[in-house]
Design a protein around this ligand. Structure first.
Ligand SMILES: NC(=O)c1ccc[n+]([C@@H]2O[C@H](COP(=O)([O-])OP(=O)(O)OC[C@H]3O[C@@H](n4cnc5c(N)ncnc54)[C@H](O)[C@@H]3O)[C@@H](O)[C@H]2O)c1
Length: 463
């Protein structure tokens, strides 16, 4: 089915060779080798897309709340090395902007330009001449408009998760990236976690055999955050739970699972079905707190099952209402091994058929796999920067390092616009299925068939 017509069919909604030229930035021979291995881009698509190398990436950050401020903390090493400079900050809450600038002043001599005098002032940041990369850390409703505007004004964009939550916006992002030839990356930090990269490396090295199934999730008790009057600006996140029902935060679980399954690089999501439980926990907590926000639409636990074109299955869960320890599940099932997360444990099948007694690997055996298959960049980044420990156990720093270095070196980014859009589109499709008694919903192919041709897993490159 032609991709643009897909939505009209299922939702009735309206939808809307560039190898790096400058290579004077390579600081090691391995980087020169790396460039040679970069796949030639497919005309018109953003697969393999690389732009001119940018000696020092000038960053403008929109949204200096919880996330914007914590991402600034990933920059000191990169600033010190001369790889990047934060040249602009924007927030409609002046105190957030000022606090972010104050934080930055500890790491950077030059002062950023500050914006935020009204809710559209971010457009001035985008237009600031020297901004190369716009980093978007705002509430969800701004993600797509800001990303589109950034690309249309010649800037690369990196956007927090999810990059979109309507199908229309997903299509607009793909079309705009293809038209403007600008990077549009959804910065999914969980793809950069030590455990997830270790599993991906083992998948690549054949430890799991052929993959049949994965499970991912975002299980995080956010009741205190959601109901707080000042944690999220204007309680924007709670409003989503009052108005919608489905899986709103797909990407932390689905990003890594999609990498294990070669989604967009040999496989793609074909269809899904989604079901939400009744809602109790958030509204009951709101009542106990005397809050007015007791009408919650989103069920406590959403489960979405996705089937891929190559017959693999994914179970994805979302629950931010229930009191429980954090988990992204991170289960991976293959013909030769199984992994279960939280806490991480590995089973390797030795091919022997036994009736009982299947056991997870003993700690020493598990550690041997951990050592042998740890992603090479994790080993290296641990040794080059103390900052490695920062941000969700280190993954935020690895993510930011990779983004800035790929831009410095004129390499394709680890994740492309299709990845961000595919992972985000599961949200509106889950809502559609939930609203239709869990009916099976087809997932459109945002890549125009190129998922079958592109095989490079960029995140496995060691830079
Ligand atoms: N990847 C992760 O681990 C992770 C963690 C936390 C949050 N996030 C994502 O980061 C984003 C921000 O979340 P948060 O927790 O920082 O929320 P927040 O409410 O703390 O911060 C959002 C900020 O954006 C500002 N803002 C709102 N509208 C604006 C506009 N028009 N122009 C400029 N600034 C504007 C607000 O004033 C606020 O300071 C969300 O998309 C969230 O999903 C990701």
């Amino acid at each position: 089915m032609k991709r643009k017509h897909f939505l009209q069919t299922i939702l009735g909604a309206s939808i809307g060779a560039n190898l790096p030229k400058s290579i004077d930035l390579f600081d090691t021979n391995s980087h020169k080798q790396l460039l040679k291995s970069v796949e030639k881009p497919v005309d018109g698509s953003m697969y393999g897309f690389a732009d001119m190398a940018i000696n020092k990436v000038k960053v403008g950050i929109i949204g200096c709340g919880n996330r914007g401020k914590s991402l600034i903390e990933m920059f000191p090493y990169l600033i010190e090395k001369g790889y990047t400079e934060i040249v602009a900050l924007c927030d409609i809450r002046q105190e957030h902007c000022n606090k972010a600038a104050e934080k930055l002043s500890k790491y950077q001599g030059t002062k950023p330009q500050l914006y935020g005098k009204n809710e559209n002032d971010w457009q001035q940041l985008v237009k600031q001449d020297n901004v190369d990369l716009v980093l978007i850390c705002t509430p969800w409703r701004w993600h797509t408009p800001m990303a589109l505007y950034g690309m249309e004004h010649g800037k690369h964009v990196a956007c927090e998760v999810p990059i979109a939550y309507t199908m229309e916006d997903c299509w607009k992002l793909v079309e705009t990236a293809e038209k403007t030839r600008r990077h549009c990356i959804m910065i999914e930090n969980c793809c950069y976690n030590d455990e997830e990269l270790w599993l991906l490396n083992m998948v690549q090295q054949g430890v799991f055999g052929d993959i049949t199934h994965t499970e991912g999730a975002y299980l995080h008790d956010l009741r205190a955050h959601l109901l707080s009057e000042d944690y999220y600006e204007g309680q924007w996140r709670l409003m989503q739970h009052k108005e919608r029902d489905g899986n709103f935060y797909t990407t932390h679980g689905l990003g890594p699972c999609s990498m294990y399954l070669d989604i967009g690089r040999g496989d793609r999501y074909d269809h899904l079905t989604s079901m939400s439980s009744r809602e109790l926990n958030l509204s009951e907590t709101a009542k106990k707190q005397g809050s007015n926000h007791t009408n919650i639409t989103c069920g406590d636990l959403n489960t979405t099952m996705i089937k891929t074109a190559k017959g693999k299955s994914i179970m994805l869960q979302f629950d931010v209402h229930t009191g429980r320890p954090y988990s992204r599940i991170n289960k991976l099932v293959g013909t030769q091994a199984v992994h279960d997360g939280y806490p991480s444990k590995l089973y390797v099948d030795n091919g022997e058929l036994i009736y009982w007694g299947h056991k997870w690997l003993e700690p020493n055996e598990y550690e041997a796999y951990k050592d042998k298959y740890r992603h090479p960049m994790i080993k290296r980044l641990k040794s080059i920067s103390d900052n490695f420990k920062q941000g969700h156990g280190g993954m935020d720093f690895v993510m930011m390092y990779r983004l800035i270095r790929c831009l410095n070196l004129g390499l394709p980014l680890d994740l492309n616009v299709y990845d961000g859009v595919m992972w985000s589109a599961i949200t509106p499709l889950s809502e559609l299925s939930v609203a239709s008694k869990s009916a099976s919903v087809d997932v459109p192919d945002f890549t125009g068939g190129l998922w079958e041709k592109h095989a490079e897993i960029e995140i496995m490159r060691d830079i």
